[in-house]
Design a protein around this ligand. Sequence first.
Ligand SMILES: [Zn+2]
Length: 282
Amino acid sequence: MPVHSFQIGNLDCAILSDNSSTSKLRDLFPAVPELEFQKAKTTLNLPEQITVGYNCLYLKQNNQHILVDTGTGQGQLLTSLKEIGLSAEDLDIIILTHGDRDHIGGVLDFPNARFILSQKMFESWSQSEKQEQMVEEFIGLFRRSLDAQELELRAKGRRKFYLEMLPAIQDRLNPVSFEQEFLPGIKLVDATGHRSDHSALEINSQSQTLLHIVDSIRHPLQIKYDWASFIDSYPSELITSNKRLVTRALTSNALIFSSHLTFPGLARLNTSPAGLEWHWLE
Ligand SMILES: [Zn+2]
């Protein structure tokens, strides 16, 4: 599986691929009217199909091995880790950004890691009165497209996180507040919208910044036209929080990384008279 190594200040970083798939660009934005979508697609000369990445960020700080999210648990993340010379046992810290299966599927693969997550995510998934809300906010996205049996399967997959996974790692959970530096230069950023507990992550080292926007922006069209994707639970909150993330990235000239952009999913943004421009890192 592909691995992309790079540096932020004095931190060694790598993008590790867990998986990838292809999707029709149109299918990302079912709520956008056809004419509006076609106009945007033609203006920007975009292809019909896109490659969707399932990519994780690895960091090394003071000899600690840090991974952001754990992949699907059924993909190639552990193989990608091997390519940078690490096994699952070597990971010291795992940062969790939200409770979707493609981010928490591998939680039980890392026996020696402690887990950092936002206080908000911790409360959402560990308080019994909130757990079913977290299931509902996800399966609500599929109420119109799936039958009852399929919905129940999705709900079951979701419940596994709080019924099996979190109890298994409860002694290793470390909730932190947004904007709190829980490691030197590293903090979680509130990025509600994709889910109510969704976090982004900012990493600073020697005046360089990496902003991991996780699932907030899965295609540049989203910030050009203020679109939410089919998989975003709270579209208006997503659009507001994406504006904040873009401002943040521009202010610090951050490199941005997004989990589901085509591998490696790294880009720098800048403003031009024509609007926001993406400069992709190969
Ligand atoms: Zn995701």
